[in-house]
Design a protein around this ligand. Structure first.
Ligand code: GLC
Length: 530
């Protein structure tokens, strides 16, 4: 049994903020740091422990901040360096940790490092990026595809070579085989940790190292039309190379130079490869993000099976984690529906492992339809019409029923959902049966019941579309039963008392022998000690 009860990133709940969309304070229609400061009391009431900010650094915004032109500054859209210090101080004052997005795989093409690198073949920074000669026929060095459409190689007329970009051509990949690059990013990490940052979420960490021999990727035999074009190939040689884990361990050592910091990695890989990012002897990321729930078929059988596979794959001592939404995937309330969004919340906050929740999911925000002339996302622009666009999950936070939902006094950079008049934080906070009230209760229970944090996970048999499990710790036992269908269901349970139901209504009900669930209902039962 773990004794790490005081480690904040194990016991706590992480809340992702997409800064452009959280709260605008200066009327330009784009969220900013001062806006976040003003909303810290809300986060405190919600009960989360840490906030992760998507990138806030100077950027031409080709990929809305994931194209960084200065790793140690703050983009004026978001505020100043002083605003950042004020945010750290205020957050810490509220007992909230701050996690920054670290984007080490690529920079903006406007970063001074790349401007130097492309200036001539013998520039000292040439080898900071991935430059290759064309094939004899002039074509790209390999068949590697960009995740944002087309070849991942961009020809540079001036120097007669191609550079590699896993995402936009405006996001050239850094060469992580070059020790000078590693040192430079390590210094960036130290810079922010000295400024008080509590850790990093590392962008596309499984992309960092590419094949030394630059072999072509094999074709994907399961590729189907309607999927993003890069999936026509298996990214065997362009991602998840064995040497990546050494690079991750080095980052971890930098994080460990400071007390009590966390290293989280963005990893979209099957479970067996995902868990490799904990590193040999857990020397890698503390939390390689587990995105399994983002694409899971929403039924009890599939979810039970994926939890079992994840639990079984975790290395000894590795701390699990779960994610229900982020700025790249459709909103959970639209993926599973409004009623099941409550069940999903109970799942996220009662599974074993650190939960990360995405801003707005706690008020049930949905994927917002974006008209063609409102599209902002470069992915949707490059790969249109197949539903990969990310604007719909990045719309402004719905704070209240006033104009623009209280997000801005100007014109919001993305449209608000038309439902904001009712579906907003202020209205839901006063409704004891709202999804927001459910989130508050779940997060609070997690703080008060060590079995929800440190307890083991024990699956419980249930018929039909019911997912049930116990969390057991130190003689304390809680049962969670989630009805993933709209039909009533029941299951056998030991004697206990309902502490929370997703409808926020069955408080204190005693159960013994049989637990009846309404359609789309989740229930948390404190079991009597045997
Ligand atoms: C990550 C980010 C995504 C970004 C991409 C390229 O997947 O989450 O938003 O577009 O990396 O940096």
């Amino acid at each position: 049994m773990t004794t790490a009860a005081t480690v904040w990133w194990q016991a706590g709940t992480i809340y992702q903020i997409y800064p452009r969309s959280f709260q605008d304070s200066n009327g330009d229609g784009i969220g900013d740091l001062a806006g976040i400061v003003g909303r810290l009391p809300y986060l405190r009431q919600l009960g989360v422990d840490a906030i992760w900010l998507s990138p806030i650094f100077p950027s031409p915004m080709a990929d809305f901040g994931y194209d960084i032109s200065d790793y140690i500054g703050i983009d004026p859209i978001f505020g100043t360096s002083a605003d950042f210090d004020a945010l750290v101080a205020a957050a810490h004052g509220h007992g909230l940790k701050i996690i920054l997005d670290l984007v080490p795989n690529h920079t903006s093409d406007q970063h001074p490092w790349f401007i130097e690198s492309r200036s001539s073949s013998d520039n000292p920074k040439r080898d900071w990026y991935i430059w290759r000669d064309p094939k004899p026929d002039g074509s790209a060095p390999t068949n590697w595809m960009s995740e944002f459409g087309g070849s991942a190689w961009q020809y540079d007329e001036a120097t007669g070579q191609y550079y590699y970009h896993a995402f936009l051509d405006k996001q050239p990949d850094l060469n992580w085989r070059n020790p000078a690059v590693r040192d430079a990013i390590h210094e960036v990490m130290r810079f922010w940790m000295r400024r008080g940052v509590d850790g990093f979420r590392v962008d596309v960490i499984w992309h960092l190292i590419k094949d030394e021999e630059f072999r072509d990727n094999p074709t994907n035999p399961n590729f189907t039309a309607g999927r993003p074009p890069h999936e026509a190939f298996l990214a065997l040689y362009s991602t998840d190379r064995p040497e990546t884990l050494d690079v991750v361990s080095e980052m971890r050592r930098v994080v460990d130079e400071f007390d009590d910091r966390v290293l989280i990695g963005e990893v979209y890989l099957p479970v067996d490869r995902l868990v490799a990012y904990y590193g040999k002897d857990l020397s890698g990321a503390h939390l390689p993000f587990n995105f399994a729930l983002l694409s899971a078929p929403w039924n009890a059988f599939s979810i039970r099976e994926l939890i079992a596979r994840y639990e079984a794959a975790l290395p000894l001592g590795a701390w699990p984690n779960w994610v229900l939404g982020n700025h790249d995937r459709p909103r959970v309330a639209s993926r599973v529906g409004t009623a099941q969004a409550r069940v999903a919340a109970m799942l996220l906050l009662t599974l074993r492992g650190t939960p990360t929740l995405y801003y707005g999911d706690e008020i049930g925000m949905k994927q917002v339809p974006i008209a063609p002339d409102q599209v902002q996302d470069p992915l949707e622009k490059n790969v249109p019409g197949i539903g990969v666009g990310r604007d719909g999950c990045r719309t402004p936070m719905q704070w209240g029923g006033t104009e623009h939902a209280g997000f801005t006094t100007g014109e919001p950079w993305l449209p608000l959902d038309t439902d904001y008049l009712h579906q907003n934080a202020a209205a839901l906070a006063t409704d004891p049966h709202s999804i927001l009230s459910l989130y508050v209760k779940l997060i609070d229970l997690r703080k008060r019941m060590p079995e929800l944090v440190f307890g083991g996970y024990e699956p419980v048999d249930a018929a039909g579309d019911v997912l049930a499990y116990r969390r057991v710790y130190d003689g304390q036992m809680v049962l969670i039963a989630l009805n993933l269908s709209g039909e009533p269901a029941s299951l056998h349970v030991e004697a206990g008392e309902i502490l929370l139901a997703t409808g926020l209504d069955r408080y204190g009900e005693n159960v013994s022998g049989q637990l009846d669930l309404r359609g789309n209902e989740g229930v948390l039962v404190k079991l009597r000690p045997q």
